[in-house]
Design a binder for this molecule. Structure first.
Ligand SMILES: CSC[C@@H](O)[C@@H](O)C(=O)COP(=O)(O)O
Length: 343
């Protein structure tokens, strides 16, 4: 399954706001249009928005006339793309890579070099996720029932997925008994997207409402929680989809291992702790309405922080492509950052 395609200098995105009812691919030709797709979540998931924005810079280099200040125009487009969503650090990370290419490349080679770099970012993401899957599956010796939140699969990345990549690898090794999929209010990434991915591969699962997780853990039905991340601070505090923190508290109380799966590009060594991570506030309408249909009284107000921060102390391990970091995370993450890939 894929949600991002690069075909003949055109970016194609699978519109995730329409899934699973309709599979609609849309063509993109400009950075502005891609920014809007990221903002309104036609493409979402930290690695997927990083890769889409990288392709958007390549599109822009093709679209704009070649002139002496093309580099300046592209740097502006990069800033504009980076502002689309604030929490996912992979967006900034991918834009930093594109910025570096713009700064070091002669104007007549920009389009080709930016295209090359965007393809590299996308290809690397798939390889990284497969390595995360293997590292994560190595943690399990018995067939497990896992609970996951949001969507961290092929739709949230360029392919395979992070937490869902670990789930795929467990399934491939016959070490997966069942997946409990949090529906993930309010945007329903779990019920709509994770369920869609698991169903397409015949991986056994049940959707649960977010409020059912505690009950399941109390019943002894959950062996591990596996989630993704939008940004991991230097000390291991992790921002992920709203509801992740509550799951971590529940897992801690019930002594269920709580794992975060994320590529090294999601670790932000410039952010000291979770308190410094910007939390995206989205429209209240996404809470008071479902698919544009009101579910609350007219005029009712709502809050919509799209992410929360799980303190490092509640995290059993952070599964990366280079290995699994354990607390104290400031030391283990720093050591992974300096080491070559082990797999
Ligand atoms: C591999 S995806 C990791 C995270 O980006 C994911 O868990 C998540 O929170 C996605 O949020 P979204 O708002 O759908 O972009």
């Amino acid at each position: 399954m894929e949600a991002i395609r690069w075909r003949e200098n055109t970016l194609q995105l699978l519109d995730q706001t329409k899934l699973p009812q309709e599979e609609i691919w849309e063509d993109y030709q400009s950075a502005e249009a891609v920014k809007e797709a990221i903002r309104c979540m036609k493409v979402r998931g930290a690695p997927a928005i990083g890769a889409s924005a990288a392709f958007a810079v390549a599109l822009e280099a093709n679209r704009l006339p070649q002139h002496s200040n093309l580099g300046g125009d592209l740097l502006q487009a990069i800033d504009m793309l980076q502002s689309a969503r604030p929490t996912a650090v992979n967006l900034g990370w991918a834009m930093d890579r594109m910025r570096a290419i713009v700064k070091e490349t002669p104007v007549d080679q920009l389009a080709a070099r930016l295209r090359e770099e965007a393809v590299k970012i996308a290809d690397e993401d798939v390889a990284t996720n497969r390595a995360i899957g293997e590292q994560g599956a190595d943690l399990f010796t018995h067939s497990a029932r896992v609970l996951t939140h949001c969507n961290t699969g092929s739709l949230a990345t360029v392919g395979y997925g992070t937490a869902l990549g670990v789930i795929r690898s467990l399934f491939a090794r016959d070490l997966l008994r069942h997946v409990y999929v949090d529906e993930t209010r309010p945007y329903l990434q779990g019920a709509r997207l994770t369920a869609y991915e698991l169903a397409s591969e015949n991986i056994p699962f049940d959707i649960i409402t977010d409020s059912m997780a505690g009950h399941l853990m109390q019943q002894g039905l959950v062996d591990a929680v596996l989630v993704g991340a939008d940004r991991v601070a230097k000390n291991g505090d992790t921002a992920n989809k709203i509801g992740t923190y509550a799951l971590a508290v529940l897992a801690h109380y019930h002594q269920v291992p709580f794992y975060v799966a994320a590529p090294m590009s999601t670790i932000d060594f410039t952010t000291e702790t979770g308190a410094d991570i910007p939390i995206e506030q989205r429209s209240a309408k996404e809470v008071t309405e479902i698919f544009n249909r009101p579910i609350a009284p007219i005029g009712a107000t709502a809050l919509h922080p799209a992410f929360d921060v799980t303190p490092a102390a509640l995290i059993t391990g952070i599964i990366t492509e280079r290995g699994v970091a354990k607390g104290p995370f400031d030391k283990s993450l720093a050591s992974l950052a300096t080491q070559e890939e082990t797999k």
